[in-house]
Design a protein around this ligand. Structure first.
Ligand SMILES: [Zn+2]
Length: 530
């Protein structure tokens, strides 16, 4: 720098003008620059015609009339949508990410997803650092965010016992939760519908969510009921609101829905409850996958929780006990009816190719049994999953329109949501039905999820943010997977970048594993502990 430049810099510093970036910018060569694209930046604002560049993994944005800097690679993306890489806050991708064959999670990359959360539904490991280590040794296609699971915390100290935790057990769980947050967990996940989370009283959850509040982390939940079963979906939502009220933690309802004919139309009431709580000052959000069918294990779908405590052999013995037979079959019958009957339950993930993909009603007919008897027989063999057609389109769209509902997949084998949740939401609900605008779809698939998870520098195409970027063809980006062919790869993503690295190039994936572990920084004490 010559004398004059030093003088200018000194003057600029004295005047409080930040002179360094412009000096740096004038010399900068970008790694890449996307020109002529339709930029939807994730903020929810309308699309803009801008150039999007990246240097050292961070974004640079330019107006079209600006002189553009040099770039090693200039990519013309005329006619394509440029958006922040999508963020999926609720998945079951842990197994794939830790596998040797599926750790690229191509099913997500091809949807334009650059970040996945794992450890949802109360299930996430308590050894967050160890899991991050395993993931980085294995390599991952996407970035990964982790939840620590309430069920896992509970199992570590009290197994699968059907009772409230004692004070000393609670203190152990609290200490382990703090350790998990120190290791970068993004929040506490609750599986209050599942064993053993369903054994925990509200007060136990409040205690743990207070720790989350103190750490400014969310409490995400598969709530106690999504249907008319047990305490019912509305009381289950009210329980979450009460947990938020008493703990001060941000509450997040996973895969929000009203499941089963008994509660169809209930989205109005559910939304009212949640928005009233928001007005009261409780931070509450949700995510949703855009399908009218859910998927879970057959046993959880149609049996009441009281039959399912203990290990598999324990609950099987209980179900097959001659004394219980009548009650078990009656409970199964009721559970099947609540889900719309055996014709609404499609069996997947079985070991038997003869029944795979059949409806429970068809299997019952084949075996010449009632649907409840057939279900009981299925539970004794390799326990299958079900795809359960149990939601109404109206409720799905109603939830989707709310500004606090993010896009998720809840992806599991046997359901197309694992391969196509994001493109389906775009194709079905933006292009065909106009439920959401393009800008709303992008915002709820990126910025909103980043905000919910506490990712401060992702989810928006903003100067200096991390260069996680998707470029998709608005005509070709669509869901190909169906309930019959659930593992069909999505088409239409032309380019995908993770922290500036090219992952998909002109629609082709080249096998790169550029995913990063996204551990949340320690920010203890930012929120007053109640
Ligand atoms: Zn769940």
């Amino acid at each position: 720098m010559n004398k004059r430049a030093w003088q200018n810099l000194l003057i600029a510093l004295l005047l409080g003008i930040n002179a360094w970036p412009s000096i740096a910018a004038s010399r900068e060569t970008l790694d890449w620059l996307l020109v002529n694209g339709r930029v939807v930046d994730g903020s929810g604002g309308p699309e803009q015609s801008r150039a999007v560049g990246s240097v050292n993994g961070h974004l640079r944005l330019f107006a079209n009339d600006q002189t553009l800097p040099d770039a090693q690679r200039v990519i013309d993306v005329s006619g394509l949508i440029v958006a922040p890489g999508f963020i999926d806050p609720h998945t079951h991708a842990r197994g794939d990410l830790l596998s040797k064959d599926n750790n690229h999670v191509l099913n997500y990359l091809t949807q334009g997803v650059t970040t996945l959360a794992i450890g949802n539904d109360g299930d996430g490991t308590i050894n967050i650092a160890e899991r991050f280590e395993q993931l980085s040794i294995n390599g991952t296609g996407t970035n990964v965010v982790q939840f620590v699971g309430h069920g896992a915390l509970r199992r570590a100290i009290m197994g699968n016992e059907n009772r409230a935790a004692t004070e000393s057990e609670l203190q152990v769980m609290e200490a382990q939760l703090v350790a998990a947050f120190e290791q970068g967990a993004a929040g506490l996940s609750l599986g209050l519908f599942y064993t053993p989370g369903n054994y925990a009283p509200t007060s136990e959850v409040v205690r743990l969510c207070r720790i989350a509040a103190a750490w400014d982390r969310i409490c995400e939940a598969h709530i106690r009921s999504e249907s008319s079963r047990g305490l019912g979906v509305f009381a289950a939502i009210e329980e979450m609101i009460e947990i938020g009220r008493q703990s001060g933690a941000a509450i997040h309802i996973a895969h929000i829905k009203v499941l089963g004919r008994d509660v169809w139309g209930g989205s109005t009431r559910a939304i009212e409850l949640i928005e009233r709580a928001q007005k009261e000052g409780i931070n509450i959000s949700a995510d949703q996958y855009p399908w009218v069918a859910s998927s879970t294990q057959l046993k959880n779908a149609i049996l009441s929780a009281e039959w399912l405590s203990g290990s598999r052999s324990q609950w099987l013995t209980r179900l097959l006990d001659a004394e219980n037979k009548g009650a078990v079959l009656a409970d199964l019958e009721q559970g099947i009816a609540r889900r719309g009957g055996g014709q609404m339950l499609m069996l997947v993930g079985t070991d038997d190719p003869v029944i795979e993909g059949l409806r429970l009603s068809e299997v019952a007919q084949k075996w010449d049994m009632t649907e409840a008897q057939a279900a009981l027989k299925l539970l004794q063999e390799a326990p299958p999953r079900v795809v359960s057609f149990n939601m109404s389109e109206k409720d799905v769209a109603h939830f989707m329109r709310r500004p606090w509902v993010a896009t998720s997949s809840d992806g599991t084998d046997g359901h197309p949501r694992k391969y196509a949740s994001f493109p389906r939401k775009y194709n079905q609900y933006v292009r065909e039905q106009g439920t959401l605008s393009l800008a709303e779809f992008v915002q709820r698939s990126s910025a909103l999820s980043a905000q919910i998870l506490g990712l401060k520098d992702r989810g928006v195409l903003k100067e200096g943010f991390v260069s996680d970027v998707v470029v998709f063809d608005p005509e070709l980006y669509r869901d190909v997977a169906t309930f019959q062919d659930w593992d069909q790869i999505t088409q239409g993503v032309r380019w995908l970048f993770l922290a500036g690295e090219t992952v998909i190039e002109r629609g082709q994936y080249h096998g790169a594993l550029h995913g990063q572990n996204l551990a949340l920084p320690k920010v203890s004490g930012r929120v007053e502990k109640k």
